[in-house]
Write a protein that binds this ligand. Structure first.
Ligand code: AKG
Length: 223
């Protein structure tokens, strides 16, 4: 909240993502509404410690296996959803903007307060990370096209990821998800981090390789 009030960079603004409902420019009313406080691990040890904690690492190991790395280039942020100027996020898979040897990454979403339909929680299509889609099921920005009948059938299986403060959601980078606007009076906050295995590297020269990964140690096993 302190970083948000002081607008401590690096930030991503609603006006920059240009999603439905976002202010039209940085100079428009609400133009400086923050969508993400970027580089969470560098903002405070609290975040880095949580994101690399043995409890989390053990659960990620069950999902990904192997030696774990936290990507500083993707997510690694505090998502903020401001009531007055928040935008809606269309159906997408997070892998759309990431470049790795394999589409095998898991994101961890920590609710810092309650998340429900009214304040713009995530919506998910369970199991969609295992489905195969054709390129033309997505638009030019790689959002899942909601006007297509075949896509509607997939989206009809959506569930709201309603969370209480402290709940953690783990989701695959191919999972279809979306989110609504915040229609309450309070800003919603969530910390989000993305992980991959050390044998699944970001492609050289891509945005995914811009920042060094952070090693996530596994807990020492007791005999
Ligand atoms: O909270 C939201 O609006 C959705 C965020 C999201 O889907 C993402 O960052 O990939």
């Amino acid at each position: 909240m302190r970083h948000l009030a002081a607008q401590i960079q690096p930030l991503e603004y609603e006006a920059q993502v240009k999603y439905p409902g976002a202010p039209v420019s940085l100079d428009a009313p609400g133009g400086r509404t923050v969508r993400r406080l970027l580089q969470a691990c560098a903002r405070d040890e609290l975040y880095r410690d949580w994101a690399t904690s043995p409890e989390l690492a053990e659960r990620l190991r069950q999902l990904l296996g192997g030696k774990l790395e936290l990507s500083q280039a993707h997510h690694n942020c505090i998502m903020t959803k401001n009531p007055a100027f928040s935008s809606a996020t269309g159906w997408h898979q997070d892998i759309r903007y990431w470049s790795f040897q394999k589409p095998e990454l898991v994101s961890v979403w920590l609710a810092l307060g309650p998340e429900h339909e009214e304040n713009g929680c995530l919506w998910l299509v369970p199991g969609s990370h295992r489905m195969e889609f054709l390129p033309d099921q997505f638009d030019g920005d790689r959002f899942f096209r909601t006007g297509l009948e075949q896509n509607r059938l997939v989206i009809d299986a959506k569930v709201a990821a309603e969370l209480d403060e402290g709940d953690v959601l783990f989701f695959h980078c191919r999972l279809l998800h979306a989110a609504g606007r915040n229609r309450t009076a309070l800003t919603k906050f969530a910390a989000v981090f993305t992980y991959h295995c050390a044998d699944n590297l970001p492609l050289t020269g891509s945005r995914s390789a811009l920042l060094p990964d952070i090693d996530v140690p596994l807990a020492t096993r007791r005999r």
